[in-house]
Ligand binder design. Structure first.
Ligand code: THU
Length: 519
């Protein structure tokens, strides 16, 4: 398997690729961030299109590309949530069965009692509240009593506001660290946030000394595995916060997208070995939540311009992965995140421009990144590296996926084929049976019919997978009629890849049909 020295994993925060099948449970039926952006005249993304973004299943409205430069797919979220933390954890290998908890009615007495015990101070407010309003409404009482202002929001946060002259900063931070310890398990909020302020009653203002204390991922992530294996793990933007710093060897905080892109571009000149993990937050924070379609489209256009230059600075043993963490459709009814697929584009010298369809979980990214960097890490995800770098393996997997489409109610024997044309395009086929039996078409001939009718005339390889009820138990060699059809269009050296339960066998047409009839 081809290994890389550096992987750039860039997350375009909230760039969803359409509602997941369970989106309705999250109130997000029909949400589609990229489709909303495609309606803006400001959207101009020639580099993403050249890479093949429009070839991702369901994204044809962005413009398909016959000879893309990158590999593409979209991934489903297995975790029960749609926030940044859970999305990034999943792509780093950890699935969350529960969303991070929110407290629309405030925190329960057992938490506040414990909080008062460890701080020696009472609590004010304890409700979801606007940050500026909460100090206007409770600041004076806080100054009089020394009690802490505790409030939350629609997000999973425990925020503590205190006047810098009443509670010195170090003390406030220490309270946050202690709160972080008690806020675990079912009370494990995403962030505890120190919100210091200054000024006199009626004129309170917040200071720049805000500090976030994030929750640590509940299990080993790919970042931990990479760091432990001695690789560099460089974060750009809020990645550092999302992982509470764990598994990161160098952190680069940013002020927004342009800063993040600038830092990432300069890292392309650094001789590191490992992962550069970037989050570009403006898409979500400035445009998605504020339902600003034009602003979002404009930001993606700017990213695309930057990308054009960035691609040319990549080295031979680099791999670039572009993805998202969830959706935030700027033109749906709510300002909230949306439960969507995430797009994935992979690019590199050894990356084949293949389409990997629809994947089951974001954790496939962690499996791919760690394998590409030669570090062992186990998670639920399936590495895509084999398919991204080995055409035979990719054809085998495509043939296996094509089996799902098989129409075989009579034999219940599903067959899938994947045929590589001279143009580089791959045509899949399945067997299509008939009540009258003899009109049945084999999977291979379905693939040939699709290809030839699209103008393809030369073929290099075909993979075939078959099995009862869709389980591959042994080889499914092509029938005599299919071999004869192959002889019409393929050279004797054409490879026939036969799927085995775990891998494949390679044969040639010459071997399988000696003395074939041709004119
Ligand atoms: N079949 C194929 O699709 N390809 C072959 O080369 C061998 C047979 C299908 C036809 C039928 O639907 C099923 O397998 C069982 O014979």
């Amino acid at each position: 398997m081809k290994r890389c020295k550096r992987v750039f994993l860039i997350v375009l925060d909230s760039l969803g690729a359409g509602a997941l099948p369970d989106a309705e449970k999250f109130g997000d039926r029909g949400a589609h961030t990229l489709r909303s952006l495609s309606r803006s005249e400001k959207l101009f993304i020639p580099n993403l299109r050249r890479l093949g973004i429009g070839n991702i299943e369901g994204l044809g409205f962005l413009g398909t590309e016959a000879s893309p430069l990158g590999a593409v797919c979209k991934l489903s979220e297995r975790s029960n949530g749609k926030d940044s933390t859970i999305g990034h954890w999943e792509m780093a290998g950890v699935i969350s069965e529960n969303p991070l908890p929110t407290f629309p009615d405030g925190f329960p007495p057992e938490i506040l009692d414990e909080f008062s015990r460890i701080t020696g101070r009472g609590v004010l407010c304890n409700k979801p509240y606007s940050g500026t309003q909460v100090i206007a409404d409770y600041g004076e009482e806080h100054m009089r009593t020394g009690n802490l202002i505790v409030y939350t929001s629609a997000d999973s946060v425990f925020q503590i506001a205190a006047h810098e002259e009443i509670v010195p900063l170090n003390e406030l931070y220490e309270y946050c660290r202690r709160a972080r310890v008690i806020l675990s398990g079912k009370y494990g909020v995403g962030r505890v946030i120190a919100r210091p302020f200054i000024g006199k009653p009626g004129r309170f203002t917040r200071t720049a000394h805000r500090h976030d204390f994030s929750i640590e991922p509940p299990a080993e992530t790919m970042l931990d595995a990479l760091k432990n294996a001695g690789r560099d793990v460089i974060s750009v933007g809020k990645i550092q916060d999302l992982f509470a710093g764990r598994g990161i060897t160098h952190s680069n905080p940013t002020s927004g997208n342009s800063d993040g892109m600038e830092i990432t571009a300069s890292l392309a000149n650094v001789d590191f070995e490992g992962l550069c993990y970037v989050n570009l937050v403006d898409f979500d924070m400035l445009y998605g939540h504020r339902q600003d379609v034009e602003g979002y489209a404009n930001a993606l256009t700017k990213f695309d311009q930057w990308l054009g230059i960035f691609l040319s600075t990549l080295r031979e043993d680099d791999m670039l992965l572009l993805t998202a963490d969830h959706g935030c459709d700027p033109s749906d009814a709510s300002t909230d995140h949306t439960r969507e697929y995430i797009p994935l584009i992979a690019y590199g010298r050894d990356i084949l421009p293949v389409n990997l369809g629809v994947r089951r979980t974001f954790t496939d990214i962690a499996a791919t990144v760690t394998e590409a960097l030669g570090v062992s890490y186990s998670c639920e995800g399936k590495s895509m590296l084999g398919e991204l770098t080995d055409m035979r393996l990719h054809l085998r997997e495509s043939a296996v996926r094509a089996m799902e489409k098989s129409y075989s109610p009579y034999s219940e024997f599903r067959v899938g084929a994947a045929l590589l044309g001279g143009s580089g395009r791959i045509y899949t086929g399945c067997n299509i049976e008939n009540a009258a039996y003899s009109p049945t078409v084999c999977a291979e001939r379905t693939a040939f019919a699709k290809a030839v009718s699209e103008g393809e005339r030369e073929f290099r390889m075909i993979a075939i997978a078959g099995g009862k009820d869709g389980h591959i138990e042994g080889l499914c060699p092509p029938c005599g009629v299919c071999r004869q059809v192959m002889a019409e269009f393929c050279q004797p050296e054409c490879e026939i890849i036969l799927a085995m339960p775990d891998g494949y066998e390679i044969h040639t047409l010459g071997e399988m049909l000696p003395f074939g009839f041709t004119l």
